[in-house]
Write a protein that binds this ligand. Structure first.
Ligand SMILES: Cc1cc2nc3c(=O)[nH]c(=O)nc-3n(C[C@H](O)[C@H](O)[C@H](O)COP(=O)(O)OP(=O)(O)OC[C@H]3O[C@@H](n4cnc5c(N)ncnc54)[C@H](O)[C@@H]3O)c2cc1C
Length: 317
């Protein structure tokens, strides 16, 4: 007979790992975590710069951890090592390179569809985050300069003249980090960086004061053009400027197509769920960044996972 898992987790970020590991600690077995990337925590691996400081109280939101995963401030690398150990110590099966396309419930059991097949489960927790599709600008980016426009620091080369677009923590961290090796400007539509956490506000103020990062504030971008193989940035309020590279750090989007194909209702950019993060489809849960319009964090995701594990353990299995 085909194996039926007690629990399948879709997406191995902090929220998914917490749902899996906390469930395991409560005695639930047969847990499978499915991750589309080559390892767990693709958001941290791709979007955090190397050696990035990782704050537990991200964006200044104080979060008390409810569960048993004792996550502390650290760096990108210590955080990834920490999650490695947490997964290994708790008998949770992680299947990587496995993207889930949709989820259907038939006769009380879920079919979790992956390329070339489907996996059966009694409970499913969807924790796919919002960074699978980073926010992109409304204007069209000419294809000839697409390779010079990015959403992570991946392709940046030392010595480039770079414009970072955004005013939140990620944009500030990118700009300050790049400024050690590049000529950097940061462009934000507001007048101050008040949305960022106090450390990043201090870092950007310092970088600006020392002329390491040039602020372009209170401006909106109307488009990008190809200027002899470089990126010409057109501003609404000021003269255009030319850069070697442009990085957008303006958050992620709700995976609406996935939610719709899995029968999860969405309202105002968020999946509809109850206090236990259960959707209208009984046994189908959502957790982590996808439940937040913006401003999710590792600690919040860990708490969501713990709450779901307790609910399933107390009420279902
Ligand atoms: C640049 C940056 C810096 C940040 N710094 C901090 C910080 O210092 N402290 C902090 O607390 N928070 C920080 N955050 C926020 C934090 O990373 C997120 O809140 C957290 O990662 C959300 O966890 P999650 O489990 O909900 O989703 P994610 O971490 O996004 O994980 C989702 C996982 O699901 C996988 N996935 C997606 N679609 C599918 C699919 N269809 N099938 C299978 N797998 C799928 C993805 O590959 C990914 O591994 C930062 C975010 C960014 C972008």
């Amino acid at each position: 007979m085909e194996k039926i898992y007690d629990m399948v987790i879709v997406g191995a970020g902090p929220a998914g790992i917490a749902a899996a590991v906390e469930s395991y600690m409560l005695g639930i077995r047969n847990i499978l975590m499915l991750e589309k990337d080559e390892n767990h925590n693709a958001t941290i691996r791709k979007y955090y710069k190397d050696n990035k400081r990782v704050d537990k109280d991200w964006k200044g939101q104080k979060v008390e951890l409810d569960g048993n995963i004792y996550f502390l401030d650290g760096t990108k690398e210590t955080t990834l090592d920490f999650f490695d150990e947490v997964i290994k110590a708790h008998g949770v099966e992680l299947k990587t390179h496995t993207e889930v396309n949709k989820i259907e419930k038939t006769d009380g059991i879920f079919d979790v569809y992956i390329a070339g097949g489907c996996i059966k489960a009694k409970y499913v927790v969807v924790t796919i985050g919002r960074m699978g599709k980073p926010n992109k600008p409304d204007y069209k980016i000419p294809s000839s300069i697409k390779k010079l426009v990015g959403y992570t620091l991946d392709d940046c080369k030392d010595g480039e003249k770079i414009l970072v677009i955004g005013g939140g923590d990620s944009a500030i961290e990118y700009a300050v980090d790049l400024s050690a090796r590049n000529e950097v400007a940061i462009c934000y539509r507001r007048a101050t960086f008040r949305r960022a956490n106090p450390t990043n506000q201090k870092d950007i103020a310092n970088a600006i004061a020392h002329k390491e990062v040039r602020p372009i504030l209170n401006v909106n971008i109307s488009g990008l053009e190809d200027e002899n193989g470089k990126v010409k940035v057109l501003f609404e309020e000021i003269e255009a400027e030319v850069y070697d590279r442009v990085i957008y750090a303006i958050g992620g989007t709700t995976p609406s197509a996935f939610l719709a194909s899995s029968g999860i209702e969405e309202q105002e950019g968020k999946p509809v769920h109850d206090d236990n993060y259960e959707t209208a489809v009984e046994g189908l849960f959502v957790a982590g960044d996808i439940t937040q319009e913006s401003g999710g964090s590792i600690a919040l995701g860990l708490n969501h996972g713990y709450k779901i594990a307790c609910h399933i353990n107390n009420n279902c299995i």
